[in-house]
Ligand binder design. Structure first.
Ligand code: GLU
Length: 309
């Protein structure tokens, strides 16, 4: 309750939506799987989805499917259908209607304007090239040094370019995240903003996602903090690598169900394969998602080592 009161200076309507999200968070476990539709899911995505689904079902909770389709140039046609088809084929069912971020742009815009009127945003005109150059001179992960923070730059288009908008991040988070881009210079809502906002508005209390997204943690926590909300709990699952040790990618066509090469392959083979790669069942096991769920239910500790932090 105190978190809600602390954010009095947000507009009423937004406060009400955040309050609904908080109430949902308190009702039951609510997890989500949130693929970007940049191609068919690969085995790594499916394995993460499986762990996230198991965690929600073990907790008698809800599991939402959200399609992160804001980055329109990266969306691929047919990907949304193929994501749904593969999840359902594997028995990973979700609760409620699918949430499409592209249908929630007004919500994100209202959050942006609330943050702007609270003086928490500033326009940034650092180009990608400039940032890349700076990045080369840093040995660790690049942290934006706040170059444009005090410059009082224009919010409008100048020389044909919009600025990106950055959130002024409190020191506690900024050591790991720097000031976070919440709207990109191409005008699109940035991934961190939409994701953090959606966890809050959709009442997600635990995010289980791939280890590659652990680097997003501090930026997203910083946005949640800027909205004076209680943090969401994040868990990051180890990645599944290609045979040559490289990271699987949807865009570059990592091994997906349809490319396993065997049209007769059964969902139970894929679940068994994924679950044995996680040491949940012995190699060669063949079982449905529901059978795996009842197996894990007998020993709830089995999932814990996979959930990282
Ligand atoms: N949409 C992101 C992706 O497909 C994942 C977002 C998240 O889980 O936070 O990589």
């Amino acid at each position: 309750m105190s978190a809600i009161c602390a954010s009095k200076n947000l507009p009423e309507e937004l406060l009400e939506l955040l309050k609904i999200g908080q109430q949902l968070r308190m009702q039951c476990y609510r997890g989500r799987f949130a693929p970007s539709p940049t191609g068919p899911l690969h085995l790594g995505n499916l394995r993460t989805a499986l762990v996230s689904w198991l965690k929600a079902r073990l907790n008698e909770g809800e599991w939402l499917l959200r399609i992160d389709d804001l980055d329109t140039p990266r969306n691929r046609s047919g990907a949304i259908e193929s994501i749904q088809k593969d999840l359902l084929w594997l028995g990973l069912d979700w609760n409620g209607p699918i949430v499409f971020q592209s249908q929630r742009i007004e919500l994100y815009m209202s959050i942006l304007s609330a943050l702007k009127s609270q003086g928490k945003l500033y326009p940034c005109r650092c180009t990608r090239r400039l940032l890349a150059k700076r990045n080369q001179s840093q040995s660790k992960e690049f942290i934006y040094p706040g170059t444009c923070r005090e410059l009082g730059l224009s919010w409008d288009i100048k020389s044909g370019r919009l600025p990106s908008l950055r959130l002024i991040v409190r020191e506690e988070f900024s050591i790991s995240s720097g000031d976070v881009v919440v709207r990109r210079a191409d005008g699109l809502i940035a991934y961190h903003l939409a994701t953090a906002a959606d966890e809050l508005l959709l009442g997600i209390n635990e995010v289980v996602r791939g280890q590659d997204l652990a680097k997003a943690l501090h930026s997203q926590l910083a946005i949640i903090d800027a909205l004076d909300q209680k943090p969401v709990f994040y868990r990051h699952v180890p990645l599944f690598f290609n045979n040559d040790g490289t990271k699987m990618s949807k865009r570059e066509g990592g091994i997906g169900i349809r490319s396993l090469g065997d049209n007769d392959i059964r969902a139970a083979n894929v679940i068994g394969y994924l679950a044995s790669s996680l040491d949940l069942v012995p190699n060669g096991s063949v079982l449905s998602a529901l059978e795996l769920l009842s197996h894990v239910r007998k020993d709830k500790e089995l999932l814990e080592p996979l959930l990282g932090c």
